[in-house]
Design a protein around this ligand. Structure first.
Ligand SMILES: [Zn+2]
Length: 169
């Protein structure tokens, strides 16, 4: 299957700065609409997120799951299929782990597990490391909300959807 891997903070929801309380989740105005349209194009959706707040002891892994579960139930309430799976890296930059974006292990593992069609799949996020992670995983990488000379860039999720329809369909 083909898949869209989405970063969480600054991409699916506003970047709350080490957000860990489900009550503080704020979606972008087009989040639900675009996620639904991506699914209608036949893409499976995955969340791929660096959560170094765990390494910094600002919150724990259970908090990441709580936020994810809240997002999943919000999607269902909107009549949208939930994410297939979330992958998160709880480490910090100095841990030199294999999973922290821009390294590609989180995507590599999901690709292997779900037999993802890499040629038709994309990693999208608001940081350059998101697009770089996509490239490192051998899929497409798109940057959202900032310009890039190295990767396709779009203003927001709605523009990402337009980019996708035009380049992959
Ligand atoms: Zn890690």
């Amino acid at each position: 299957m083909k898949a869209i891997f989405l970063d969480r903070d600054g991409t699916i929801i506003h970047d709350g700065g080490y957000l860990y309380k489900p009550t503080e989740i704020k979606y972008f105005s087009d989040t639900f609409d675009v996620l639904k349209k991506l699914q209608n194009l036949g893409y499976a959706l995955f969340m791929v997120t660096n959560q170094s707040g765990v390494a910094k002891k600002m919150f724990c892994e259970a908090d990441i799951i709580k936020v994810y579960n809240k997002i999943q139930s919000d999607l269902k309430a909107q009549g949208i299929k939930p994410f297939v799976e979330m992958a998160y890296c709880p480490h910090g930059p100095e841990d030199d782990c294999a999973c922290r974006k821009p390294k590609s292990k989180m995507i590599d593992d999901l690709v292997a597990k779900w037999k993802i069609d890499k040629k038709n799949s994309v990693m999208v996020g608001d940081k350059l490391i998101d697009a770089e992670c996509g490239k490192n995983a051998g899929i497409h990488g798109v940057v959202l909300g900032q310009d890039s000379k190295d990767y396709p860039s779009v203003k927001n999720l709605t523009e990402f959807y337009e980019w996708l329809k035009k380049h992959l369909g």
